[in-house]
Design a protein around this ligand. Structure first.
Ligand SMILES: [Zn+2]
Length: 407
């Protein structure tokens, strides 16, 4: 296999998680009687451009046929983050009724509704029908398509280039990052701004966040590599800000390569930090498997111990990342009896691979657990706060990453 960005042969494995079912392929009760498909889950690193990327495998398209959709609005922390961003960027770029804001992967309108409220014209791009429909109900126009060069070129020809293109947690999920970036270039008005948010590869490595690896997540990105991809297609990263979302993300600000805005010192600063963390050194990548295995072994050891002691452990948050961890560790309902999740679409279903049942959050108290394993560790504080009453009764909350810890 060759690098999806620069085309060089990929000779190094970053992490091999064996085989796993698609992390969002939640199962119905009837599905449990059917065979389940597992796909290789192996991540490679390119030693020319340092793009960390999932290995190609057969029938990749099948992953996207699942009817499941994640609704961004289910996380209150994420909604607040989106609202803050909308107001800050509107001020910073002086957006108004004459502007156009395009969001790629606009989901259920969690972000664009803020621009609608400020009277700023916007356009969502979202191929998933159920979330697109939710956004349209909020008055957001949505194109139900995948974003790439072809769509962007059409927008350009229709005179619908954007003053702001926002992409939150989409850049790492696109199979063809080159085509997507060409699309950003084509859909951006002269003088326009791109902001992309993605989990920072540096945090993944430093915090052993290997559970953020799953098939639908094609790329694991550093500023170094994003800047390089932008430059390849006539764009420039002119500013960058670290964010606490998803365990440590970056928000990059991009413009056309010839835009008069100067590049902020934050860009060089972030690149130096990445270099100091070894992101351009092959050894850093080759050492990661051992660290991921330690997290997996510690969690498994904890669950086995609780089982021997007769304690009850349940989980909170049927997130995709939970499935990576649970399936890599081979955890089944004998060790983790159930998982509660606030998303109605997941309730009554089962986790892929492990077949752990997903129930309503109210079940958490009813099931009288000794421990609650919070799978989406990025919102662990929010989960503990929401369940302060349970904690007061002596239920202990734990998370597995970056290390096993009682909260
Ligand atoms: Zn490469």
């Amino acid at each position: 296999m060759n690098c999806r960005h620069c085309g060089q042969p990929l000779n190094h494995v970053f992490l091999d998680l064996g085989f796993a079912p698609p992390s969002n392929a939640y199962l119905s009760a009837e599905d449990l009687a059917k065979p389940e498909k597992y796909y290789p889950l192996k991540v490679r690193v390119c030693d020319a451009c340092w793009l960390v990327q999932t290995e190609d495998y057969a029938q990749a398209d099948e992953l996207f046929s699942a009817d499941y959709a994640y609704f961004s609005s289910t996380s209150t922390g994420w909604l607040a983050h989106a609202e803050r961003y909308a107001h800050d960027i509107t001020r910073k770029l002086a957006l108004g009724p004459q502007s156009l804001v395009i969001e790629v992967a606009s989901n259920d309108g969690y972000l664009l509704k803020n621009f609608v409220a400020m009277g700023i014209p916007c356009l969502g791009i979202e191929p998933t029908a159920s979330t697109a429909e939710a956004a349209e109900k909020l008055g957001i126009p949505v194109l139900r398509e995948f974003f790439g060069e072809a769509l962007a070129e059409r927008l350009r020809q229709e005179g619908r280039q954007a003053d702001l293109i926002a992409g939150n947690n989409v850049y790492a999920h696109v199979p063809d990052i080159n085509d997507f970036t060409r699309g950003l270039k084509a859909a951006l008005k002269p003088g326009g701004t791109i902001t992309l948010e993605f989990p920072h590869l540096m945090q993944l490595i430093e915090q052993a966040q290997f559970d953020t690896i799953y098939h639908e997540h094609f790329s694991y990105l550093s500023l170094y590599t994003v800047r390089r991809i932008f430059e390849t297609f006539g764009l420039r990263v002119f500013d960058v800000a670290p964010l606490s979302t998803h365990g440590g993300s970056l928000r990059v600000f991009g413009c056309h390569v010839n835009d008069p805005r100067p590049t902020a010192p934050s860009v060089d600063q972030c690149l130096s930090v990445e270099a100091r963390c070894g992101l351009q050194s092959l050894d850093t990548y080759l050492r990661f498997q051992v660290r991921a295995d330690k997290v997996k072994d510690d969690l498994l050891g904890f669950l086995l111990e609780q089982k021997r002691l007769g304690k009850k452990v349940v989980a909170y948050g049927a997130a995709a990342k939970g499935n990576t961890l649970i399936n890599y560790a081979g955890i089944k309902p004998d060790l983790l009896q159930l998982v509660c999740d606030a998303a109605a679409a997941k309730q009554g279903k089962f986790m892929p691979g492990s077949h752990i049942p997903i129930l309503k959050p109210q079940t958490l108290a009813e099931s009288a657990p000794d421990y609650v394993l919070v799978l989406p560790w990025n919102i662990a504080d929010e989960v503990v706060q929401q369940n302060a009453a349970l904690k007061a009764q002596g239920v202990r909350f734990v998370k597995a990453i970056p290390r096993l810890e009682v909260l």
